[in-house]
Design a protein around this ligand. Structure first.
Ligand SMILES: C[S@@+](CC[C@H](N)C(=O)[O-])C[C@H]1O[C@@H](n2cnc3c(N)ncnc32)[C@H](O)[C@@H]1O
Length: 275
């Protein structure tokens, strides 16, 4: 609870912003890339906040858009250290809301896609605080656009599945029937498990030459893309493993990759207000 105590002490100095009605806690998707992927609704929420509780996957270019008058509280996971406990996050956020502050809970990508947005909304509601969810561009969309891989293409894939590599208990999610002809499979949180994923796909009957793209830090300055096949990946985990946030896109759409000229985004002088 150390982070919790620190936050309470610090906000007591700055004091709550004046407001006539209680704000909902805004659970805001920051998008998975840089500030260019922020929605206008998300930007307005950030600009109106008194305090922003943010995760580690939120890009620095987005944190730069938080007004200097607002407090920024990191509640993510720092290299090698455990994440802020989920219960502590709930306590920090509800404490701030109870002080009458305009609170933004800023999360990477979309809050409702592998983002625990619903767990947090439930916890805030249990403390008597309504929330408003602001969607964000999930990693699948940002990575696909950033590297030019269409998630669907009528010549290659008419369906797409988003899945996390593992279940809550750490075991690999079943992949049977999710990859192969006519389908795209997008795997979140699988960068360190590429060899096991590839082996599971081969066991499920996928052909070894099915292409895989590994996109690390998609849509950001540090972006790195590598391409392999399921067969090659089954034996090359050490070589192809990613250390930053990474997404696997698996399917014939990888071969349909188009050239894209996307560059990091620079934001100048944009101001919005929420009505
Ligand atoms: C806890 S999930 C959060 C997903 C997020 N809610 C979303 O909609 O993108 C974190 C995983 O998302 C993926 N991810 C998030 N940002 C990414 C990025 N910029 N590039 C590649 N993968 C990313 C990675 O698989 C990472 O391990």
């Amino acid at each position: 609870m150390a982070a919790h105590a620190a936050f309470s002490a610090a906000t007591a100095e700055s004091g709550p912003a004046s407001q006539t009605e209680r704000w909902p806690v805004r659970i805001v998707g920051a998008g998975a890339g840089d500030a260019g992927d922020l929605t206008l609704r998300a930007l307005a929420a950030i600009q109106e906040a008194d305090v922003v509780f943010y995760d580690d996957l939120v890009d620095a270019s987005i944190l730069d858009l938080i007004p200097k008058t607002a407090r920024q509280v990191f509640v993510g996971k720092r290299a090698g250290k455990p994440s802020t406990d989920q219960q502590d996050i709930h306590a920090l956020v509800t404490d701030a809301a109870a002080q009458g502050l305009r609170v933004v809970r800023l999360k990477g990508g979309d809050p409702f896609l592998f983002g625990r947005g619903s767990e947090e909304a439930e916890a805030f509601a249990a403390h008597g605080f309504a929330s408003e969810v602001v969607p964000g561009l999930s990693a699948a969309f940002v990575c696909a656009a950033a590297v030019g891989i269409p998630l669907t293409d009528r010549r290659h894939a008419a369906q797409v599945t988003f899945i996390t590599a593992t279940r809550a208990d750490g075991s690999l999610n079943a992949l049977t029937g999710l990859a192969g002809a006519g389908r795209t499979l997008v795997i979140y949180m699988g960068a360190r498990l590429t060899q096991r994923i590839a082996a599971a796909l081969l066991d499920s009957g996928v052909t070894p030459d099915l292409p895989v793209a590994i996109i690390e830090h998609g849509g950001r300055a540090a972006q790195r893309v590598r391409q392999a096949t399921v067969g090659a990946l089954a034996g090359a985990a050490a070589v192809l493993r990613a250390d930053g946030p990474a997404l696997l896109i698996i399917g014939d759409v990888v071969r349909a990759r188009v050239a894209t000229a996307r560059k990091p985004f620079a934001l100048t002088g944009l101001e919005l207000s929420h009505v």
